[in-house]
Write a protein that binds this ligand. Structure first.
Ligand code: HEM
Length: 216
């Protein structure tokens, strides 16, 4: 659970850096170039498969953990919880994780699935080679069109709020599981965790809000 979570934490930073190019103010040139590279680089495609594997594993582990915890519940139903930490873990992380999964389904359908299997997508002329005209996907326009609608933009804002809470707890929990939570690094890990859980979702949320306002 901790290792898959840490991989996804790292993925989010890289994903964020790539997506911030949407705000470069260059009509999408940098983002389209980045998007083309991501879609056509063999190594990136391999990492992408690893990424999806880790997401699935993370979900499967979380379900297994929740069931194991529930079975080992040390208090009778209706009784008073002994551990506030355990209550937070089993209740909120499950709910937050489920909401993030719902967000991911909407997100992947709109972009990842659309980029890979969509038809009639906007294209841009990218030059000629051997007398043939080349066009690449105008990924920027696909994203900008999605964020031009208020409900879709709001899904991201709420999604990032949920992600923030999930990361706030998940970051520290992952390090604790790996045995670092009680070391002399405890305080440092806590601080990095809080900063990460606020900054990363906030920057993610700024993208759809800014793109919506640009088009409003
Ligand atoms: C403003 C925020 C975001 C934007 C603009 C954005 C944009 C995109 C785009 C354009 C793709 C398709 C990339 C491609 O197939 O070439 C993508 C894929 C993906 N996004 Fe996001 N994303 C955002 C936030 C998030 C968040 C918060 C998560 C996770 C909680 C996430 C998880 C993913 C995953 C797992 C993929 C598939 C990546 C892969 O192929 O390995 N995204 N995103």
């Amino acid at each position: 659970m901790a290792l898959t979570g840490l991989f996804l934490i790292l993925f989010l930073v890289i994903h964020l850096i790539g997506n911030l190019q949407l705000l470069a103010g260059d009509g999408g040139e940098a983002f389209n170039r980045y998007s083309y590279f991501m879609a056509n680089n063999g190594l990136i495609q391999l990492v992408s498969k690893l990424n999806f594997t880790f997401i699935v594993l993370h979900v499967i582990y979380s379900i297994w953990l929740a069931r194991t915890n529930a079975a080992a519940r040390p208090i009778p139903y209706g009784g008073k919880a002994k551990s506030v930490q355990a209550t937070w873990n089993s209740r909120n992380m499950g709910i937050l994780g489920t909401l993030i999964l719902l967000f991911l389904i909407v997100h992947l359908k709109s972009f990842w699935f659309e980029f890979k299997f969509g038809t009639g997508l906007p294209m841009i002329e990218a030059g000629t080679y051997d007398g043939l005209n080349f066009a690449i996907l105008d990924a920027y326009t696909v994203v900008a069109t999605a964020y031009s609608t208020l409900p879709y933009m709001l899904i991201y804002v709420v999604g990032m709020l949920v992600l923030s809470f999930h990361l706030y707890h998940g970051f520290q929990s992952a390090f604790q599981t790996l045995g670092l939570g009680f070391s002399s690094y405890k305080k440092l890990i806590e601080v990095i965790g809080v900063v990460y859980a606020i900054i990363v979702p906030l920057l993610f949320a700024i993208i759809p809000v800014a793109m919506y306002l640009q088009q409003a």
